[in-house]
Write a protein that binds this ligand. Structure first.
Ligand code: ADP
Ligand code: MG
Ligand code: MG
Length: 889
């Protein structure tokens, strides 16, 4: 018979850490901790296969499950010396969901299950503490009603608030056992009024109700959305964990807490966490009471006068520290732990690899390699390349004046500015309208995920470093300030205020997730630099990498930044980007609009010295590293003059009538500029453009070689070739110019001519085209556009809907479409190399900085990727990981 249930506890278990697919992450790790002999309350895990069965069999259970659950439950009873539903010595359990990966949207944990009117006095008797028993019962009724019966928890909170107001009580801890009994009566009446039947008293009914609720939550809208956003398959399913309760709310010698074995924000090797005395479950992260620090060091650093766990319960603390060390060494990774102390006795409730900021991920990986816990190669694999983006984001300029509105906790590093919005829907709307916002909330919950995605940063008024906002923001790599308690939100009036100051919805603020400050207005930011750990990890990555990483750059500033980030050359210099400013644009317009070769040459002559200067500087910055320069590829419409003023300006320079010029501009305007007279087509019609640019490149190369002493081998790239003859024509002009400049300068000039492969025809005819090209660079932006026949500029109106409907999985302009566009790239690479062995191959679209696309490039065997300067480190790491994966495959 299929085994649906796996037990754990008492120093052994039927599961283990490597059974995560079957037992879910939480269940597998509870089993593993049991096997390690750690103090884990006994329990059992109902497998993810039951969830799949439930989904595909009309929400029913497989035969045999009920019997296995019953047997497992009595085994837990045997270990604890209690019995489920017993009115003398009742066993209480928690019911916890647990998918393979931790997932918001899944059912919240139900604690104290098994309590009813008959078992609660027994619990009071057994604990010798009626107050504790009724406190547990009221928690259970509220939690169960909320997560299983679907009743809003606010209604329960209101009953409690009313009771406290009537009796002049401030804190929950002020309520006596009798007081809780009155509140419980109110709760039960509420349930009966709402549902037309009493709160379930039968423990078995309670248990199966909770189990069913976990499986149903797998299909909840929130869970489904989360899976879609994170590419989690629907058929993974969730497991259910049923576990004997231990009580952190049994008085002053009891506590509950969460901890990380290292600091998840900075990576510092120091135990880090929060706890509460006489509390249960998620009280610590719920922000109801202010949690206390676990270690003395953290308490002192925070300037808190609330006792640390180290001081309050030294024995339990010492045992906990030992367990942290053991778990970290066992899992060889930073752990995120949950624990409860019941009357001085420590119990472990969860362990998993902890979420961390990119900064922490880097430091932890490098430190662990230094400690010998992992190898440098493993360290390279540990850091998510995409997450490095966080470190490459701006921070607030230390010299900027800070108009501080308030301060909270530095929950997720980095800084961001935007307009104040108070709801996630508002955030999403504003984002869609192209505005930047900061999401300001009292606290966040899983319903806010879309708003957090849309916002530049998140500010909450309540909650600690482990609050929902903090954890989720760190995962997303968004700046977050949490628990800015002095601020007040008035959502109806649309204001954010603090003693004496008031900001309106829509006004700008800046949050600094590194210091916790909230600032009024937009503040100057600084570009980031790479830390010591960053540089070391990059070195280890570079040792594993096969592909080179170049950058897309045309300005000296970008080129320098890219070199600082480790770029090994320029893969794409888009010369038309050099033409946009000031006097240049006028000269370019003059060239485009003149109707004779003579006129064009006159305009080009003005551009030549500017271009030569540009190229000389780029070559000098790159110091002999390869530089690929693409000849002019202007979508004409971007350069044509539009306003009367612009037309008059060009007319004056050209000495022609403005009306005539307007006529000419009209003639040149195209129906479909993306498919129009651009790329090499322009160079074929007007070869003098290619000549001017080739001259500027060669003269620049000669000048830079002379000034730096490093030989320069420019790579000249002809854009948008579809037919080999196009390349032949342009190439002839380039070769002739090389000869001419070489003779004039009296030096030999090394250079290469290649083409950008960005049309399906070019991929198919790559063998032929390679006859005239020394290198190919796949221009995957245009290749995606032309393969799909989707205009990049018009795609926004429907690509979003396509993704929602599942027509396409990912935006193909962000991550390469490996099946379609990828097949063309493969064909182009194979045919090109077959015709010309050693043909140099690269990629220079946006995809060059996308880790998934980089892995694809590795699989095709490209020689390099090229991406924007700030993505160079991401590409270096992603290329190393792809090479390692290819090696181990
Ligand atoms: P989540 O996945 O949201 O962290 P958990 O299942 O870990 O949910 O439960 C949340 C909290 O409930 C835990 O941190 C722990 O404090 C408490 N809890 C769960 N099971 C038990 C138990 N058997 N005894 C005591 N507390 C428990
Ligand atoms: Mg939770
Ligand atoms: Mg947990």
């Amino acid at each position: 018979m299929t085994k649906w249930v796996y037990g754990f506890g008492d120093g052994r278990s039927e599961g283990a850490a490597d059974m995560r697919n079957l037992l879910g992450g939480k269940g597998a790790n509870l089993a593993e901790m049991s096997n390690l002999g750690l103090p884990v309350p006994p329990g059992f895990t109902i497998t993810t296969e039951v969830c799949t069965w439930f989904e595909t069999h009309g929400q029913s259970y497989p035969d045999g499950l009920a019997g296995q659950v019953e047997a497992a439950l009595s085994e837990v009873g045997r270990i604890t010396g209690r019995r489920f539903g017993d009115t003398v010595n009742p066993l209480l359990v928690s019911v916890r969901s647990g998918a393979r990966v931790s997932m918001p949207g899944m059912m919240d944990t139900v604690l104290n299950l098994g309590l009813n009117d008959a078992t609660v006095p027994a619990l009071a008797e057994a604990a010798g503490d009626p107050r504790f028993a009724y406190d547990s019962y009221r928690r259970f009724i509220q939690m169960y009603s909320d997560v299983v019966l679907g009743l809003d928890h606010h209604a329960f909170e209101e009953i409690l608030e009313d009771y406290k107001n009537e009796h002049d009580l401030a804190l929950d801890t002020d309520l006596t056992a009798e007081a809780w009994q009155e509140v419980i009566a109110g709760y039960k009446k509420l349930v009966e009024d709402e549902l037309g039947k009493p709160f379930p008293q039968d423990p078995a009914e309670q248990l199966w109700g909770a189990i069913g609720a976990v499986f149903l939550s797998w299909e909840s809208a929130r869970a489904v959305t989360y899976r879609r956003l994170h590419d989690i398959p629907n058929d993974w399913g969730t497991a259910v964990n049923v576990q004997a309760m231990v009580f952190g709310n049994m008085g002053q010698s009891s506590a509950t807490g969460v901890a990380f074995t290292r600091n998840p924000s900075t990576g510092e090797k120091a135990l880090y966490g929060e706890f509460l005395i006489n509390a249960q479950g998620e009280d610590v992260v719920a922000g109801i009471r202010t949690p206390q620090d676990i270690t003395e060091a953290a308490r002192i650093a925070a300037g808190s006068d609330a006792l640390s766990l180290e001081k309050a319960m030294p024995e339990a603390f010492a045992e906990f520290v030992g367990i942290c060390d053991k778990l970290e060494a066992h899992y060889r990774d930073m752990q995120d732990l949950e624990f409860t102390i019941e009357r001085g006795r420590l119990w472990m409730l969860q362990t998993r690899s902890g979420k961390r900021t990119a900064k922490a991920a880097l430091k932890i990986a490098v430190d662990m390699a230094d400690e010998g816990l992992i190898t440098p190669t493993e360290a390279v694999m540990r850091v998510d390349p995409a997450a490095l983006d966080q470190l490459l984001h701006p921070m607030i300029d230390p010299k900027a004046t800070r108009d501080i509105l308030g301060t909270g906790l530095p929950a997720s590093p980095g800084a961001a500015s935007g307009e104040i919005v108070f709801s996630s829907d508002e955030a999403e709307e504003a984002k869609n309208a192209g505005r930047k916002v900061i999401l300001v909330r009292v606290e966040t919950s899983p319903e806010d995920i879309h708003g957090m995605h849309a916002a530049e940063g998140i500010l909450t008024l309540r909650g600690g470093m482990t609050s929902h906002a903090a954890v989720v923001a760190r995962g997303m790599g968004k700046p977050c300030v949490s628990g800015a308690g002095a601020l007040r939100i008035d959502a109806r009036a649309g204001t954010l205020s603090v003693a004496g100051r008031k900001l309106q919805r829509g006004e700008r603020i800046t949050i600094d997730g590194t210091s916790g400050q909230v600032l009024v207005g937009e503040v100057d930011m600084l570009q980031p630099e790479m830390s010591g750990e960053f540089a070391r990890l990059m070195e280890w990555a570079d040792a594993e990498r096969r592909m080179k990483v170049r950058t897309n750059a045309e300005t000296p500033a970008d080129a320098r930044a890219a070199r600082g980030f480790g770029a090994e050359g320029i893969g794409l210099c888009r010369t038309e980007h050099m033409f946009f400013d000031g006097e240049r644009i006028v000269a370019v317009r003059e060239m485009i609009l003149s109707d004779s070769e003579e006129g064009r040459r006159a305009a080009l002559a003005k551009l030549l010295p500017m271009q030569r200067g540009d190229f000389t500087e780029l070559f000098e910055i790159m110091q002999g590293l390869p530089v690929t320069i693409r000849l002019l590829d202007p979508p004409l419409h971007e350069f044509l003059p539009h306003t009367d003023e612009e037309i008059a300006e060009v007319a004056a320079v050209m000495g022609v009538d403005a009306e005539l010029l307007r006529q000419r501009a009209l003639e040149l305007s195209e129906f479909n500029p993306m498919l129009g007279h651009r790329g090499c087509r322009l160079l074929v019609s007007y070869p003098e453009i290619a000549e001017m640019q080739a001259r500027a490149i060669f003269e620049g190369a000669v000048a830079a070689a002379a000034s730096t002493g490093a030989p320069v081998t420019p790579e000249i790239m002809v854009p948008l070739v579809g037919v080999k003859a196009e390349l032949d024509l342009v190439r002839a002009r380039i070769d002739a110019m090389a000869k001419a400049v070489s003779q004039e300068a009296g030096v030999a000039i090394e250079y290469q001519v290649g083409t950008m492969i960005e049309l399906p025809r070019a991929c198919l005819r790559a063998g032929e085209i390679a006859g005239a090209a020394e290198f190919f660079s796949f221009g995957t932006n245009d290749l995606t556009q032309t393969t799909f026949g989707i205009s990049r500029d018009d795609a926004a109106s429907f690509l979003g809907a396509y993704q929602r409907l599942g027509v396409i999985e990912r935006d193909p302009f962000v991550s390469i479409d490996q099946d379609g566009v990828g097949e063309l790239v493969r064909i182009g690479a194979e045919r090109g190399r077959a015709a010309r062995p050693g043909l140099k191959l690269g990629i220079c679209g946006e995809h060059g900085g996308d880790p998934a696309s980089i892995a694809f490039c590795e699989s095709v065997g490209l020689d390099y990727v090229s991406c924007s300067p700030f993505r160079v480190p991401i590409a270096r790491l992603a290329a190393a990981q792809s090479a390692l994966k290819a090696k181990s495959a």
